[in-house]
Design a protein around this ligand. Structure first.
Ligand code: AMP
Length: 166
């Protein structure tokens, strides 16, 4: 919804990887088992995926990254890919773990069993949570309560970003 309002592409690394698995590309075959286990694809492979995607024409006027970066090395890599261009904002959408678990199980994706969802939460705490301090120290984190409805989360994000349409 935000991408549509801003007129920029929403780039979800998870979606890109799921598409690669579905079409059985070389990338897809390399990441399938890791994804099925709820673990993270290695940073080097993610760097290739994101570097190539951000080089596409539609990303020249801006973009939303969803699900990337997820580790400190990925954040450093993103800074190097962007080569001096700073991120406008990092959105931290927070909700209690039981709410997130219920939502994940409601999506009905193959990799959304309770065991895998819990594994993802552990990976998040260990590898992704440190990014909050990383981006906080750069002054760009905006915090949003993600436990409410889609509509009110959207409104809160638009307000934080100073977006008026939608
Ligand atoms: P998502 O849809 O963002 O939850 O991503 C689904 C799965 O794709 C994750 O559980 C990881 O296995 C993989 N993945 C997506 N983005 C990344 C990333 N930035 N780094 C490593 N693995 C990723």
């Amino acid at each position: 919804m935000l991408a549509a309002t801003l007129g920029v592409p929403a780039i979800s690394t998870g979606e890109m990887l799921r598409a690669a698995v579905a079409r059985k590309s070389v990338l897809g075959e390399r990441v399938e088992a890791v994804m099925a286990a709820g673990k993270l694809v290695c940073d080097d492979l993610m760097a290739e995926v994101v570097r190539a995607r951000l080089a596409e024409d539609d990303a020249r006027g801006g973009f939303i990254l969803d699900g990337y970066p997820r580790t400190l090395p990925q954040a450093e890599m993103l800074a190097s890919i962007l080569d001096g261009v700073a991120l406008d904002a990092v959105l931290l959408v927070e909700a209690p773990e039981d709410v997130l678990l219920a939502r994940a199980l409601g999506r009905g994706r193959a990799d959304d069993t309770e065991e895998i969802a819990r594994a993802r939460q552990r990976v998040y705490q260990e590898e992704t949570a440190p990014l909050v301090a990383y981006y906080d120290s750069r002054g760009c984190v905006l915090r949003v309560d993600g436990s409410t409805s889609i509509e009110s989360v959207k409104t809160a994000i638009h307000r934080l970003l100073g977006v008026t349409a939608g």
